[in-house]
Design a protein around this ligand. Sequence first.
Ligand code: ADP
Ligand code: MG
Length: 352
Amino acid sequence: MLKMIDRVAGMFSVDMGIDLGTANTLVCVPGRGVILSEPSVVAVRKGSNTVLLNGLAVGDRAKEMLGKTPGNIQAIRPMRDGVIADFEICEAMLRYFIRRVQGNRKMFANPQVVIAIPSGITQVEKQAVIHSAERAGARRVFLIEEPMAAGIGLGMPIQEPTASMVVDIGGGTTEVAVLALAGVVESQSVRVAGDEMDDAITDFMKKQYQLLIGPQAAERIKIAVGSAWPLEQELQLTVKGRHAKSGLPRPATINSEEIREALLGPIEEIIQAVRRTLEKTEPELSADLVDSGICLCGGGALLRGLDKRIQASVEVPVAVAEDPLTAVARGTGIILDNLDLLKQILETAEDV
Ligand code: ADP
Ligand code: MG
């Protein structure tokens, strides 16, 4: 979990915490908060894997290209399923974000960097992240598991001998973890999260309306009318896509009830991961959770009624974090500012 790389100490470094997410990368600088949040997407020339040269080819601009690229360009999400699909591209992305934060100080800067990574990634991938950050100019690189960073970002009492539980629903993975005494006591990482919800919507639109839609449209539908629990006021939306039979552009009007139905599968898988984690948790810690409950974070936590749906299923109080998309990044910032806490987390991780 930890790798520390010591190089020549820099003069004016901008230390930073990075949430290297499957959907979004965020950078938090102590004292300044989250200063960058962009999609983890890189546009490359097909075949060559060369990252497009202007800085616009990473992040927001690259995400707009998803599903819309001309023949010779490809938009890639290097972290898509919680594993690094492409080391080179992941490195280019990390370098781009680090350099952007460093700005024109890069000549002097050798920052310390804390990177939160999905807990499912392998040793080889961890090394790749460390080397990427190092090549991007980092002096010391600390990797910490995403749920731990989330717990810290959410202000949970993770150092105490009492259990806290966090469920981070991102794009590619859902990370479920019980935290206590600065360690991850129990955890599950499943490759079902926001992307799977989008895929379920795409499938539904094709099956029910013979309408072909792209990944971005599916995500927009989820955000606009998606839910996991009946809404006080059900919603409607007109969606446009390509009709499967005629091949022509067509609209269709959908409602939140049918989208809820379409999302049942992925949501059930997320609930199963929560359930399995609870079942494996020691009784003493389990007892704590009756009171402290479960906190949801990550973009998926914003799905309407997901808290109610999970609570109804596991019968433990569930709350949505305040500002769930930035919890992990804020956590990395807090850790950078609190090296005792970092040491404690890393020691706990090494004991395991
Ligand atoms: P990661 O940590 O994997 O990068 P994030 O925590 O940034 O992921 O969350 C991204 C996911 O959250 C995407 O799948 C996105 O569609 C989803 N998301 C963002 N806002 C909402 C919303 N309001 N309702 C449902 N899902 C959302
Ligand atoms: Mg995340």
